[in-house]
Design a protein around this ligand. Structure first.
Ligand SMILES: NC(=O)c1ccc[n+]([C@@H]2O[C@H](COP(=O)([O-])OP(=O)(O)OC[C@H]3O[C@@H](n4cnc5c(N)ncnc54)[C@H](O)[C@@H]3O)[C@@H](O)[C@H]2O)c1
Length: 471
């Protein structure tokens, strides 16, 4: 095995040498952004994989070689798995579970309005698995991000619902850290693989599935693995909100955040990743995972002021984007704003919890006319009032606009000739909500550039005396 195994669990019986035989029939429940990548990835590693999804439309699409979301190299990977005969899809648990050695759960765990994780899909899947197990002893591996204690909940559901003769349920937590847009790459090149279990044998059996990947495998207790995922996402969210706060200070203090980042990034303790100022984090993971960790703290009487601040700063980024546009345009009523990017980040078609969508909503509420463009053409995913106005060309979106707002970090926006964009616009405001473009080039093209923490010498220098107690 090229994967290096680190055992950090308390259980002294967890020894890297305690290796079970290879077991390779895998079921993946939930064929969405995580499950499909994992199913196709495991098939590529030589395992035989059946993907189960409750959505018949999705299963039909996958059987017909259609991947209904944008993810680099995923279609090719799925096609290759299907044509090798090692990857198939079904809606039927009965069909797949009976012969499985491993059953991965990759169902969605959205937020409830109060911030708690909604576990209905996990519970439903656990019930369906219990009904379909017929004497086998598959290891149930939870990949879905779900609160600390979910592994034990799944175990309880199986215990209560398995046929009496069946063995004790074998539950493992194996949280997923992939990045949407780079998911296939991340499956094959993970920074680490975290596996939590009560049983050393089960943890090692799951580790063995990844044997051909060059990655460190961290073996922990069941709850620890669940916690690691929440801490990882909450820390990433904290970095984003922290640098957004810094960017606002930079704007006020006439300091360029890019240069600050350059000076910080070389410090190995700080680094450069996940440290880009912008209109905030979004997507189906970070917001809900921060909310769920806060909810767990509140339930247990543990205050989480840091996480609360992370959420507040993140929310305020949306409104500060609108404020900047309002100020630059002298009001938004009747103004036309071209918007580049609707997805929550570049390289995905996902608009769930997208900051760009929030900003667009706020602009529309203030009476602005929005001309949106997104490279992923997410027609089916945006509300009707936007669908009709969605344009399929970035320059066309800019035509006649008073301002251009770049709201998602699609790298291809960097290659659009700004002079040409400026020519078709009525106004000259360019709000770069992702610090994606080069301010100098924008200004050379005739734009008034507004970035995040990139003041453009419009603000008078603040006298030091105003910033110090002793002057
Ligand atoms: N998307 C990411 O980048 C990412 C990264 C790391 C972890 N995660 C976590 O992974 C989990 C899955 O996320 P996702 O983005 O893949 O979700 P998704 O919404 O894209 O896909 C979930 C799929 O599960 C299916 N499903 C739900 N309940 C089911 C059931 N009972 N039986 C069969 N199928 C069922 C749905 O039909 C859907 O196709 C979540 O817990 C998420 O927090 C997501």
């Amino acid at each position: 095995m090229s994967a290096r195994i680190l055992v950090v669990a308390d259980d002294p019986s967890l020894q890297a040498s305690d290796r079970p035989p290879d077991l390779r029939r895998i079921v993946v429940v939930g064929c969405g952004h995580v499950g499909l990548v994992m199913a196709a990835g495991f098939a590529q590693l030589g395992h035989t994989v059946t993907g189960i999804d409750k959505s018949p439309e999705l299963v039909v699409a996958l059987r017909e070689d259609r991947v209904p979301f944008h993810e680099e190299n995923l279609r090719e990977l799925v096609s290759s798995g299907v044509s090798s005969g090692r990857l198939s899809f079904t809606t039927s648990y009965q069909e797949a579970v009976e012969t499985a050695d491993f059953i991965f759960l990759a169902v969605d765990t959205p937020s409830t309005p109060g911030g708690a994780a909604d576990l209905r899909n996990i519970r439903a899947a656990a019930h369906s698995i219990a009904e379909a197990i017929n004497g086998g002893e598959p290891i149930i591996v939870n990949k879905s991000t779900s609160p600390i204690g979910t592994g034990e909940t799944i175990e309880g559901i199986l215990r209560r619902n398995l046929a009496e003769a069946a063995a004790v349920p074998r539950i493992v937590s194996n949280p997923e850290f992939l990045r949407q847009g780079h998911a296939v790459h991340d499956f094959f090149h993970p920074d680490r693989i975290v596996i939590g279990a009560h049983s050393s044998r089960d943890a090692m059996a799951v580790a063995d599935l990844y044997r051909d990947l060059k990655a460190e495998v961290v073996i922990t207790g069941l709850r620890t693995a669940e916690m690691i995922k929440y801490v990882a996402n909450s820390f990433l969210a904290t970095r984003v909100s922290f640098i957004n706060e810094v960017a606002r200070l930079c704007d006020a203090l006439n300091v360029n955040v890019d240069q600050v980042l350059e000076g910080l990034g070389h410090d190995a303790r700080i680094g450069r990743h996940f440290f880009n100022p912008g209109i905030g984090f979004g997507g189906s993971c970070l917001p809900k995972d921060v909310a769920a960790l806060r909810y767990m703290g509140e339930t247990l009487g543990v205050a989480t002021p840091v996480l609360m601040a992370v959420q507040q700063v993140n929310h305020a980024q949306r409104t500060s984007a609108v404020r900047a546009l309002r100020a630059a345009l002298g009001g938004l009523e009747g103004k036309t704003v071209a918007v580049w990017g609707l997805t929550f980040k570049g390289d995905t078609e996902d608009v769930r919890e997208s900051p760009a969508m929030d900003v667009v909503g706020l602009l529309l509420n203030e009476g602005a006319v929005v001309r949106p463009y997104d490279p992923s053409q997410p027609h089916k995913l945006v509300p009707e009032r936007l669908r009709e106005t969605l344009l399929d060309d970035p320059i066309e979106a800019a035509r006649g606009a008073d301002a251009l707002a770049v709201l998602t970090d699609w790298t291809e926006f960097r290659d659009i000739p700004l002079a040409q964009v400026r020519e078709v616009m009525r106004g000259d405001v360019l709000f770069d909500g992702r610090n994606l473009l080069r301010p100098e080039e924008a200004e050379r093209s005739g734009f008034r550039y507004i970035g995040m923490g990139r003041p453009r010498s419009v603000r008078a220098k603040v006298p030091l005396a105003a910033l110090t107690a002793v002057g």
